[in-house]
Design a protein around this ligand. Structure first.
Ligand code: GTP
Ligand code: MG
Length: 212
C-alpha cells in the first residue's frame, strides 16, 4: 500500500466531535513543541497538512487525519505549555484522557520526546497513563539533527534504562532533515497487522530514501 491520500478530517474539542469509530487510529502525544504535527507531515510526505509552529501550544484541539480511507493519525494537543492556566490544563487533560480512554480502535499511542531535553514529570505521567490503559506505547525521540551520534545513543539508552522502554519500541527521528521514518512505519505496519487490520505501508520512493 502506498499513501494515495491524506486528508484533514477535522478538529475536536469535545467527545461528540470525534469521527465515527470505524477505522484504526494511531495517536501522537507529547509535550508542546516536541514535533508531533511535524512528524505527521513528515510521515505523510506533506509539507503543511498539520499546522506547525515554533511557538509552543499550536495544536489545541484533537486533530484527525485520514490516510487512504483506511486508517487515521491523531494529533493530540501538547502538554506542558506554560502559558495556559491550571483550569485550562485540567480541561485539556481530561479531554485528551477521554479520547485515550474511550477510543475503541485506538491501536497505539506514540509518545514523542525531544532528544535534547530531560524527560519531564508530565512525560512520565503520560507514559504511565499509556501503560495503565493497556497500551505498550512507542517512544519517538525527535530533533536528532541537534545532537551528535554519541549523544543520541546515550539519550536512547537513557529512555531504555530509566523508563523501561524496550529497545525495539524506541525510534529516532529528524523531521527537519527527513530522517528515520521507515523503521517507524515498519512498526506501524506490525501494529496494524497484530490487531488484524490489513494495512501495510510500502516504502515510498523519495529523495530521502537513500539516507533514511
Ligand atoms: P504543539 O502543537 O504546540 O503541541 O507542538 P508540536 O509538538 O505539534 O510541534 P510542531 O510540529 O509544531 O514543531 C514545533 C517546532 O519544532 C517547529 O518550529 C518545528 O519546525 C520544529 N521541529 C519539529 N521537528 C523537528 C526536528 O526533528 N528537528 C528540528 N530541528 N526542529 C523540529
Ligand atoms: Mg502541533
Amino acid at each position: 500500500m502506498k499513501i494515495t491520500s491524506a486528508t484533514f478530517l477535522g478538529s475536536a474539542v469535545g467527545g461528540d466531535q470525534f469521527p465515527p469509530e470505524d477505522l484504526p487510529e494511531l495517536a501522537f502525544a507529547g509535550r508542546s513543541n516536541v514535533g508531533k504535527s511535524s512528524l505527521i507531515n513528515y510521515l505523510l510526505n506533506r509539507r503543511s497538512l498539520a499546522r506547525t509552529s515554533s511557538t509552543p501550544g499550536k495544536t489545541q484541539t484533537i486533530n484527525f487525519y485520514e490516510i487512504n480511507g483506511a486508517f487515521r493519525f491523531v494529533d493530540l494537543p501538547g502538554y506542558g505549555y506554560a502559558k495556559v492556566s491550571k483550569a485550562e490544563k485540567a480541561k485539556w487533560g481530561s479531554f485528551i484522557e477521554l479520547y485515550l480512554r474511550e477510543r475503541k480502535k485506538l491501536v497505539e499511542i506514540i509518545l514523542l520526546l525531544d532528544v535534547r531535553r530531560k524527560v519531564g514529570e508530565d512525560d512520565i505521567q503520560m507514559l504511565n497513563f499509556i501503560r495503565a490503559m493497556g497500551y505498550q506505547g512507542r517512544v519517538v525521540l525527535t530533533k536528532i539533527d541537534k545532537l551528535n551520534q554519541s549523544q543520541i545513543v546515550r539519550a536512547r539508552r537513557d529512555i531504555e534504562d530509566k523508563l523501561g522502554v524496550p529497545k525495539e519500541h524506541i525510534f529516532i527521528i529528524s523531521n527537519l532533515k527527513a530522517k528515520g521514518k521507515y523503521p517507524l512505519w515498519e512498526s506501524f505496519n506490525k501494529l496494524f497487522q497484530e490487531k488484524g487490520f490489513p494495512i501495510n505501508l510500502e516504502r515510498q520512493i523519495s529523495p530521502e530514501q537513500k539516507n533514511a
